[in-house]
Ligand binder design. Sequence first.
Ligand SMILES: NC(=O)c1ccc[n+]([C@@H]2O[C@H](COP(=O)([O-])OP(=O)(O)OC[C@H]3O[C@@H](n4cnc5c(N)ncnc54)[C@H](O)[C@@H]3O)[C@@H](O)[C@H]2O)c1
Ligand SMILES: O=C(O)C[C@H](O)C(=O)O
Ligand SMILES: [Mn+2]
Length: 540
Amino acid sequence: MTYTGLDLLNNPFLNKGTAFTKEERKANKIEGLLPPFVQTLDQQVAQAYEQYGKKPTPLAKRMYLMDLFNENRTLFYKLFSEHVYDFMPVVYDPTIADTIENYSHFFLDPQNAAFLSIDDQEDMEASLKNAAGDRDIKLIVVTDGEGILGIGDWGLQGVDISVGKLMVYTAAAGVDPKSVLPVVLDAGTNNKELLNDDLYLGNHHERVTGDNYYAFVDKFVALAEDLFPDMYLHFEDFGRDNAANILNKYKDQILTFNDDIQGTGIITLAGILGALNISKEKFTDQVYMSFGAGTAGAGIAKRIFDAMVEEGLSEEEARKHFYLVDKQGLLFDDTEGLTPEQKPFTRSRSEFANADELTSLEAAVKAVHPTILVGTSTQPGTFTESIIKEMAANTARPIIFPLSNPTKLAEAKAEDLLKWTDGKALVATGIPVDPVEYNGVTYNIGQANNALVYPGLGLGAMAVNAKLLSDGMINKAAHSLGGIVDPEEAGAAVLPPVSKLDEFSMTVAMGVAQQAIDEKLTDAKDAKKAIDDIKWEPKY
Ligand SMILES: NC(=O)c1ccc[n+]([C@@H]2O[C@H](COP(=O)([O-])OP(=O)(O)OC[C@H]3O[C@@H](n4cnc5c(N)ncnc54)[C@H](O)[C@@H]3O)[C@@H](O)[C@H]2O)c1
Ligand SMILES: O=C(O)C[C@H](O)C(=O)O
Ligand SMILES: [Mn+2]
């Protein structure tokens, strides 16, 4: 289809704004619809960056960038690619949390998303077709908004996480923005604030659950597969009761990925391997404690467990290294309300003289002496000074990752963790953190956020159009992030810096694509060529 006139200027995938040449303006019936001076992309970028710099807050900056995104994707991504480090916390986490909480009130533009309602399922096929238009969709990020970051149920407003995750795919890994589709499944919301808000743009009823909910998800997956057969389907921020069920249902049938379970597992494993490169300790000697054992917490534990088994431990031996702490305290095999994902990692009460007292993180840390403590609890400030000092008293280089997002929910601040452990802690955080000065050393803080890995993983899998996302491909991604940071340098980070996100996304993509070829999950033969062929760059 050829777009001309205002249809062209209003199409963000094709619009070049003031960069349309005189010839293009004539040929496309837009002469006189733009100021006469023809700009280069670089001039447009300079102008946009100047305006960006004048916005007073991260939220104002994000809203300005979203305007740009709505107008002209090429310009948006050119600017983003030149300022990845600065823009990540503005475009993505943590600022995205503010726009999700206020989505209905801020609403201006649907951003080419598909809004699928459980109440209008007969429209689903048309909705997906309408949203795709004449674009060839290769990547969908879908959410139902029930477990947005750690801020809970935001119903339809969660669509912003689908849009935001996709932005990072393009900025980090060069996924063609024309080939992506953000989707929200609106099954209702249990957020009272939204249900009582006349301006809320989603379904004003409680969440539909059980068979009707799963039938809705099934219908979406089947239609999306049918309409877009080469698609990579990324699930994001589903609730704890559904996320793993959905992944388990589809992962052996289609090319699909759950970011909170698998992406977080990969980046946390990579961070632990990075930390052990610094401390020179052995992976299979570690004692792992998870605080918060929901979608992410249990997903991470499973990945670390699988890696220990790959290192040669039997499953039984490996299991002995894991301790999960959730609302109930340390999880035992007879604890009430265990999820299926928690069950493999529960302990027996007979292992402890004081098992009934292990109902808090502090008691569990005292009893177990973990060497690794990962927070995915959504409970801010819960890694207290006394807990961290207790941990540090029993291990030389405690590995401590407070991963709950956004910033206001983090279990601890990196600078406190370093101070409380006299610089010994090996820290990574979920959100970006500036380097910490302590006792004359500059500590770089790794960001253990799945955004460091899902773009490369997805690009690699999409480039070769893999049949499935295998454990081997996932494992390869986790092992692709080493070798970038010099572990001998004082204050070295446990993960590579976000400023090199585009570079190491390619390493991840190459590893993943090659693994798919080796496992015969694709007809492609040449990983590099497949990636070069699919990779998009922002230029006119
Ligand atoms: N850094 C990353 O890449 C990354 C990735 C995914 C999730 N996360 C963060 O992890 C957090 C959890 O996300 P999720 O998707 O697993 O959510 P979830 O709701 O599935 O899990 C949260 C878990 O924490 C538990 N919990 C709540 N209060 C607790 C308490 N007082 N003590 C102990 N446990 C408690 C809940 O029972 C639940 O099991 C969020 O803040 C999210 O932003 C970070
Ligand atoms: O969105 C993020 O920043 C990471 C993660 O997927 C989360 O849910 O917190
Ligand atoms: Mn998430």
